[in-house]
Design a protein around this ligand. Structure first.
Ligand code: ADP
Ligand code: MG
Length: 616
């Protein structure tokens, strides 16, 4: 008797299911993707007990004819590809023809569908028996499909054991729905858990409708503290919402990246995003974003692994650069004006208009500061520089340092009243609190500024600008340092001599597997340059770019800026404070100090009124 036998189709499917169906969330992903592939414009997801008891997904897609139902449940049966050439340009989310067969082998599955444009004569199929024979019978259903999955893993106890609590499983499942909902604004989604509706997302293609969906999926707080970006390059487009650094999170749980409409998790993309936030994010915090990359389909392979959401770009280096530079620019450009709530724009005549409710309110109490407390907007270039501070910032172009230093002392008294449209975003200083905070008044109410944090960022940005203008100063090593590396690393170093030179580093090839460092940036003399070089080479190999040297040099400048900045407990005059506010408005990344902490915050009159239970 032969020892080798053919597996029953149920067992074969169960083994295959191990790859596809890990938990209820994977079922939802597969079934929802089928609905989208079938052209549905509405999908309703209904689950019980975190999906372990019931997952029912109903769509209004193309549906299936009765004869197709058994095939849909068979392994390696698909309507999406027919040949190897099709695989090259597959645009559907699935194509392996395994999902339904796998799900059916580890649950009680009922498939009900109708492919007719009109009428409700559908049919349903149930898997029964050990070899997955399928029973088809008539069942009423409008055009579209309903997939009902009960008692997941009822016949595979080992898998069932791996399911977590109902809540955890549901969270995973909800995440799947969120991702797909963010990938298809044109499709309506609903999600119900144990009879409660948790999401009901209307379809729509306008910007306002998209924003509404992002707000409802990611939370309104994200939308309020995110900026919309859109950058185009031939064959590349990036658009979406990036959270301001102040909206950072303790976990990387609000990060959505789509490539040509598919959600992906990719090291190259993650690295580019992280690098873009490097200078503004508090250590250990994670940025939040919903981003869409559109690439020529020939430039990207999205089918590397269907469940791992990986992609492979033909020109990874260019994509990395594009993502990095788009985000870096957008984040640097954030100014206090962008961070004020959009729905409370000041109108020119002493009113505040709420663009959400349309309500217009008289703006009272705008003059409660000390007389002479405010500076005119035209005097914005005055600097607090040098008025008794430890560090002297650079003079603005066209100003001598002496002019800058003298200004604050010579012109403290400035016009007190100004039309509201002249009020700059951070307003005018009123007073200093405990030698730490500046209190200022703007069109919306009260502004609080951490003066050390703010000054530190301004100084830091100036040091960086000066360095960029003058170049990095470098010095030869007394004893050149040999570094043993791989042949690949030698090659990469040789290809990047120009980059190294620009960064003040002279690295020569000394042998097949050896490099020698001859010259280093002055500021790095106390750093472990060998380690830095190794890390840079590793980055260059993996991502085609590296910002490590800049990051390290920036860190040193940041420390210098920190020591050189206004310390707490220093009394500032009103003009000095106003000059600091004006500088903040003009400085890149001024919303965060060098360590990513916020430098200022706004308390609107509304919030203050609430605090005092006023007018409600
Ligand atoms: P794949 O999606 O890889 O083709 P599946 O096992 O997920 O494999 O589905 C098998 C086939 O069943 C699909 O190719 C499709 O023709 C059909 N099908 C599955 N779900 C639906 C649906 N919701 N609407 C219409 N057809 C469907
Ligand atoms: Mg599928």
């Amino acid at each position: 008797m032969s020892r080798i036998h053919i597996l029953s189709s149920r067992l074969a499917n169960q083994i295959a299911a191990g790859e596809v169906v890990e938990r209820p969330a994977s079922v939802v992903k597969e079934v929802l993707e089928n609905s989208l592939d079938a052209g549905a414009t509405r999908v309703d997801v209904d689950v019980e007990a975190g999906g372990s008891k019931l997952i029912r997904i109903r769509d209004n897609g193309a549906g299936m004819a009765p004869d197709d139902l058994p095939l849909a449940l068979a392994r390696h049966a698909t309507s999406k590809i027919a040949s190897l050439e099709d695989l090259e340009r597959v645009s559907s989310l699935g194509f392996r023809g395994e999902a339904l067969a796998s799900i059916g082998s580890v649950s009680r599955l009922i498939l009900t569908s109708n492919a007719n444009e009109t009428g409700s004569e559908g049919s349903s199929a149930i898997c029964e028996g050990r070899d997955m024979e399928v029973l088809v019978k008539p069942a009423p259903h409008p055009r579209g499909t309903t997939v009902e999955v009960r008692d997941l893993f009822f016949n595979t106890p080992a898998r069932r054991k791996f399911m977590r609590t109902e809540k955890t499983e549901f969270n995973h499942l909800e995440e799947v729905v969120k991702r797909l909902a963010l990938s298809r604004f044109d499709v309506a989604f609903s999600l119900r858990h144990n009879g409660r509706v948790l999401h009901n997302l209307k379809p729509g293609g306008s910007q306002a409708e998209r924003q509404r969906r992002v707000a409802s999926v990611c939370g309104p707080a994200f939308m309020e503290q995110a900026i919309y970006i859109e950058t185009d390059r031939p064959e590349l487009k990036l658009w979406g919402w990036v959270g301001l650094p102040t909206f950072s999170r303790s976990q990387a749980d609000l990060q959505y990246f789509f490539v040509n409409g598919r959600v992906i998790r990719d090291k190259l993309v993650a690295h580019a995003v992280k690098q873009a936030y490097r200078d503004v994010l508090y250590h250990g915090r994670h940025p939040a974003f919903v981003l869409y990359l559109e690439v020529d389909p020939g430039q990207v392979d999205v089918n590397v692994h269907p469940t791992k959401h990986e992609v492979r770009f033909r020109d990874g280096r260019e994509v990395h650069n594009f993502i990095f530079s788009s985000l870096h620019r957008a984040l640097a450009d954030v100014r206090p004006a962008d961070q004020l709530p959009e729905h409370a724009l000041a109108t020119g005549d002493g009113q505040v208009i709420n663009t959400e409710t349309g309500e217009i309110r008289e703006q009272g109490g705008l003059t409660w500061g000390a007389p002479g407390a405010s500076t005119g907007a035209t005097q914005r270039d005055a600097a607090y520089a040098g008025v008794g501070f430890g560090y002297q910032p650079q003079a603005a172009p066209g100003q001598s340092a002496a002019q800058v230093a003298a200004y604050g002392q010579l012109h403290p008294e400035l016009p007190q009243q100004h039309a509201e449209e002249d009020i700059p975003p951070l307003g005018y200083a009123l007073a200093q609190l405990k030698g730490i905070y500046i209190l200022a008044e703007n069109a919306l109410g009260l502004v609080l500024v951490d003066m050390h944090a703010a000054h530190e960022r301004i100084t830091y940005e100036r040091l960086k600008t000066a360095r960029d203008a003058e170049g990095i100063r470098s010095q030869p090593l007394l004893v050149p340092q040999s570094v043993a590396v791989s042949q690949r690393e030698v090659q990469v170093a040789a290809d990047n001599t120009e980059l190294f030179q620009r960064l003040g580093l002279a690295v020569d090839v000394a042998g097949e597997e050896s490099l020698v460092i001859r010259q280093i940036p002055v500021n790095l003399r106390d750093s472990d340059v060998e380690l830095l070089l190794r890390d840079v080479l590793a980055d260059l190999i993996e991502f085609g770019s590296s910002e490590r040297i800049e990051a390290h040099l920036d860190e040193i400048l940041s420390t210098m800026a920190c020591h050189g900045s206004v310390r707490a407990n220093r009394r500032l005059t009103i003009p000095e404070m106003n000059a600091l506010l004006r500088d903040m408005e003009e400085t890149e990344r001024s919303g965060q100090c060098n360590h990513g902490r916020p430098t200022w915050t706004q308390m609107s009159l509304d919030e203050l009124d609430k605090l005092f239970l006023r007018g409600r």
